[in-house]
Design a protein around this ligand. Structure first.
Ligand code: ZN
Length: 253
């Protein structure tokens, strides 16, 4: 134990991953799936199908991953910074991921997202998930729910609209608990996700998984960090030497 944290991807692993991804995409394309649907049904890191690859996790940007694949990636990045990819740089720990629950409906051998409430399939609707419980459902459904709650609560002074998940009844807040899945080509959806996360982080000091964020010391650059370690070492060496001198003097005296 102790030294066995890392695994080196062998050529064979990479090849088999690549083949699995291509096979999955080719199969889905053959079945007439659009690029957008294939993207929705696949892990944003490995490209492998999400179906039957539980647990599935989501980030604040609305990307979904096979948990095992994204954890392996984060571990690899810790061991080798060169493995970091720009598009996943916001993923550093489990606090940046939330487990999501997808309802599937297999039609013509292709597994589709299905809204557990409206029963709509993924080619008909945009999907979203709720940060506190991870339930995946039609975004339109949540928009309509928000509208109806807003009119009910219009006389209240609070700007936050609390609600209960239509699937599992868990509490959530419309203002920052909604994540739109795969907001490709829709910049307002991306902004929606970014703004919600910004509020969560800067106002509530919570991570995407709603865990308290560590109070950050002033952000230091890596060179400043290195300087500090060096200073500490010099200080320690000086103290050791001073101690030595003191003891020496005392012995002589
Ligand atoms: Zn729920």
């Amino acid at each position: 134990m102790g030294n066995d944290g890392g695994t080196i991807a062998k050529r064979q692993d990479i090849l088999s991953l690549h083949n699995a991804r291509s096979a999955h995409t080719a199969f889905a394309e053959d079945k007439g799936e659009s690029k957008e649907q294939i993207l929705l049904q696949s892990c944003a890191l490995s490209g492998l199908p999400l179906y039957e690859n539980n647990p599935i996790v989501g980030d604040f940007k609305g990307k979904l991953y096979i948990k095992e694949k994204i954890l392996q990636y984060m571990l690899d990045c810790k061991l080798d910074k060169l493995k970091r990819q720009l598009q996943f740089q916001h993923l550093k720990s489990l606090k940046d991921l939330q487990t999501v629950k997808i309802t599937w409906d297999v039609i013509n051998d292709i597994a589709h997202f299905q809204c557990p409430v409206t029963k709509e399939l993924d080619y008909k609707a945009s999907y979203s998930y709720l940060r506190p419980c991870g339930c995946v459902m039609s975004y339109k459904l949540l928009k309509e729910l928000k509208k109806s709650l807003k009119s009910l609560k219009s006389r209240e002074t609070s700007t936050h609209i609390e609600a209960h998940c239509p699937v599992c009844n868990h509490e959530f807040t419309f203002d920052y608990d909604l994540v739109i899945i795969n907001p490709t080509d829709k910049s307002d959806f991306s902004e929606f996700n970014e703004e919600n996360y910004e509020y969560l982080r800067t106002v509530l000091h919570l991570s995407h998984a709603k865990e308290p964020l560590k109070k950050k010391k002033k952000r230091k650059s890596e060179s400043e960090d290195a300087e500090e370690v060096k200073d500490d070492l010099i200080r320690k060496r000086k103290m050791d030497t001073d101690d030595g001198l003191e003891t020496g003097k005392r012995i002589r005296a």
